[in-house]
Write a protein that binds this ligand. Structure first.
Ligand SMILES: Cc1cc2nc3c(=O)[nH]c(=O)nc-3n(C[C@H](O)[C@H](O)[C@H](O)COP(=O)(O)O)c2cc1C
Length: 370
């Protein structure tokens, strides 16, 4: 094997590993945070090696003529470098295992994900320009068409495929105790009630729904299902103290996620509110109510509306906490205000469902700021 071939093979091997690693990194929801963080660091290290091996490109940058194609290629490479640096920075800020920066920024995970999808498009372009140069010469429109196709694919992945797969097929195992417990926050003797509504407590899961097929669910070490909003409610109670109650419906929701989505849609169209069971007589003794719920069809689930209708909230502050699949708080806050007019409804905390197992610190910091 001569020197040229050996370098060429190393280059190719590194590029293939980089491609595979990037795909694995995009599958964060499936691999979990620890793998994602380690793979991210390996990816950045290999990207640096890729740049060192291709140092010739930098040396030639000031030489030769710049036609339109070359200008675009150079611009894409610099955009890719800037994108990778931003991915690294947001990744470090968002890190829960390898780095502890102490910086908490709302929405940083989302920014990281959007930068990664932009990286997906830029990498596709970068590969096309550098690998398929000959093909480009032959078929002039092919690279442009491919870039448009890949961009559409990235957008489709972000807005539809990943959220769909997460909601319908993903079950994440969590160590309930570790996920929930953490630092306490002092509320100066205020009487706190945490109320949560979750699909899990209000569903009779079919026997077939287990660790593999249970959709959009968390599973604790005893293989019991946990609702996202339940976990957040328990985090808040662990940090802020006070009491915790769940909102329980008489009629249960269907076992399958898709059927629950349809059932909730039908429920939204009905005038009457669902009947609640095993609820406290009153909530008179509390002055601060954390209301934790999943965003359903861009608003509060009907059982939450039933809860708000049932009790007198005058003189209390309601602090909404919304868990969601990408829609943020939607129009839930306006709808809460409409149901309990005259009550102080504070700014909500919005938590993306994929972040639930790892967000205890975020919850603590938010509570401290109230
Ligand atoms: C019936 C239903 C409707 C939903 N509608 C939305 C929605 O409009 N926007 C959104 O971002 N997520 C939506 N989701 C996703 C949930 O808000 C998200 O998975 C939440 O964290 C689930 O919490 P839970 O496990 O406590 O029920 C919906 C989920 C269900 C079951």
């Amino acid at each position: 094997m001569d020197k040229y071939n050996a370098t060429g093979r190393v280059k190719k091997a590194i590029d293939i590993i980089l491609g595979l690693l990037f795909i694995a990194l995009l599958g964060y929801s499936f691999t979990g945070a620890p793998f994602h963080e380690v793979a991210g660091i390996v990816f950045i290290a290999m990207t640096i090696i890729h740049n060192i091996i291709n140092i010739k490109w930098y040396k030639a940058i000031k030489k030769g003529i710049y036609n339109r194609k070359r200008k675009i290629a150079v611009a894409v490479n610099f955009a890719l470098a800037a994108d990778m640096a931003s991915i690294l920075l947001t990744g470090i800020i968002n890190s829960r295992y390898l780095f502890h920066t102490g910086i908490h920024m709302a929405g940083i995970g989302r920014i990281h994900a959007v930068l990664a999808l932009a990286g997906f498009v830029l990498i596709a372009f970068h590969v096309l320009v550098h690998t398929f140069g000959r093909v480009q010469k032959k078929y002039k429109v092919l690279p442009a068409a491919l870039v448009i196709l890949i961009s559409l694919l990235a957008v489709l992945m972000d807005v539809w495929l990943l959220p769909y797969v997460k909601r319908h097929f993903l079950t994440v195992e969590v160590d309930q105790e570790t996920a929930i417990s953490g630092e306490s926050v002092d509320f100066n003797g205020r009487k706190i009630l945490t109320v949560y509504f979750t699909r899990v407590g209000n569903t009779d899961f079919a026997d077939g729904v287990d660790a593999v097929s249970g959709a959009s669910l968390l599973l604790n070490e005893k293989k019991e299902f946990l609702g996202n909003s339940q976990v957040i409610g328990q985090m808040i109670q662990d940090a802020a103290g006070g009491d915790i109650v769940s909102i329980n419906t008489k009629e249960h929701y269907p076992s399958s996620y898709s059927d629950t989505v349809s059932a909730a849609s039908e429920e939204m169209g009905r005038q009457e509110l669902p009947e609640l069971v095993d609820m406290p007589e009153n909530i008179d003794g509390y002055d601060l109510v954390f209301l934790v719920f999943p965003l359903w069809w861009d608003t509060i689930p009907k059982p939450v509306e039933a809860f708000l209708n049932r009790y007198d909230f005058s003189g209390k502050s309601v602090i909404p906490v919304v868990t969601h699949g990408g829609g943020g708080a939607g129009r839930s806050i306006e709808d809460i205000k409409a149901v309990c007019s005259g009550t102080v409804v504070e700014e909500p905390l919005e938590i993306y469902c994929g972040d639930i197992p790892y967000c205890r610190e975020q919850v603590t910091e938010w509570l401290k700021g109230l």
